[in-house]
Design a protein around this ligand. Structure first.
Ligand code: C2E
Ligand code: MG
Ligand code: MG
Ligand code: MG
Length: 273
């Protein structure tokens, strides 16, 4: 849409192209440049243990500030990268940058676990396990400092294959988190098939509703029965944090604590809190 594109940005249309299509072509083209000139950056959002308020890890979130398009949300460009095949290069960039940052933190004596989002396409790549493995080796990162986040729909696209890849990754020693749990078309049965350490509850669950507290409580209870930890995402209000504490949810992420930020900024900020 014109709004998403921002004002004053010229877009040229081929007559045969729909508007949406033209926009995706432009995004793919700009993304290709961003990948080559280093225009993408990882920001890191703290994951906090509710009981102690300790930062136990961070989620790496991709940021793209394009000279022409301005800030483009990953919600917008990840699907484009998937469709154009650029997701392979993008995914490798993210894995590499995250492992590099883990090694920086390890060497500084301030280790943090970093969670990296995987795309559906990466999960279908047969060599993903080797890629992750060589990334860890390249930066001499012990596997327990890397977590990989997959969504239900990604893992379920091809359950057998998805499970095999995740098991390969788990054998490396990295941990796996199920992202946006309960928001897609999922089956609870999958929870016992996949080698998961934790589930992440989308912020949809936190919006007020008559049975929100009981629903959340039930999910946390079920997760714990399956030896899964729970991370609540998108926590913006104290009242939400109070609920999470009451129902025994261990971890949260959200603007109430902090937004995602560049590593150096996070370092400075963690020293202060
Ligand atoms: P996600 O993995 O579920 O990430 C959580 C999203 O919630 C992030 O949006 C984060 O900035 C946002 N968020 C965190 N706390 C709050 C809060 O308190 N309130 C609200 N309203 N939002 C909050 P972001 O960074 O725009 O990323 C959106 C999605 O794009 C991610 O959802 C993930 O699916 C995808 N993504 C981001 N980075 C990558 C990446 O490196 N690779 C892949 N494949 N996907 C990525
Ligand atoms: Mg995520
Ligand atoms: Mg999520
Ligand atoms: Mg954020």
């Amino acid at each position: 849409s014109a709004k998403a594109r921002g004002r004053g940005n010229a877009v040229f249309f081929e007559p045969c192209m729909g508007k949406e299509m033209a926009e995706r072509v432009q995004l793919a083209e700009r993304l290709r440049m961003a990948l080559s000139y280093g225009g993408l950056q990882l920001h890191y959002q703290p994951q906090v243990r509710i009981e102690s308020a300790a930062v136990v890890g961070v989620e790496a979130l991709l940021r793209w500030n394009d000279p022409v398009l301005g800030n483009v949300s990953p919600v917008r460009f990840i699907p484009v990268a998937e469709a154009s095949g650029q997701i392979v290069a993008l995914g490798n960039y993210v894995l590499d940058a995250a492992c590099k940052q883990i090694s920086v933190w390890l060497k500084a004596g301030t280790p943090l676990r970093v969670a990296v989002n995987l795309s559906a396409h990466q999960l279908r790549q047969v060599n993903l396990v080797e890629q992750v493995s060589s990334c860890l080796t390249r930066y001499e990162v012990p596997p327990q400092w890397l977590e990989l986040e997959v969504t239900e729909s990604q893992a379920m696209l091809n359950l057998e294959q998805g499970r095999e890849v995740l098991q390969g990754l788990a054998r490396l020693g990295v941990t796996i988190a199920l992202d946006d749990f309960g928001t897609g078309h999922s089956s609870l049965a999958y929870l016992q098939y996949l080698p998961l350490q934790r589930i992440k509850l989308g912020r949809e669950f936190l919006s007020p509703s008559p049975c929100r507290d009981r629903l959340m409580g039930g999910i946390v209870h079920m997760a714990h029965a399956l030896d899964l930890e729970v991370v609540a995402e998108g926590v913006e209000e104290v009242e939400q944090l109070d609920l999470l504490r009451d129902i025994g949810c261990e971890f949260f992420q959200g603007w109430l604590h902090s937004r995602a930020m560049p590593a150096e900024q996070l370092d400075a900020w963690l020293v202060m809190v």
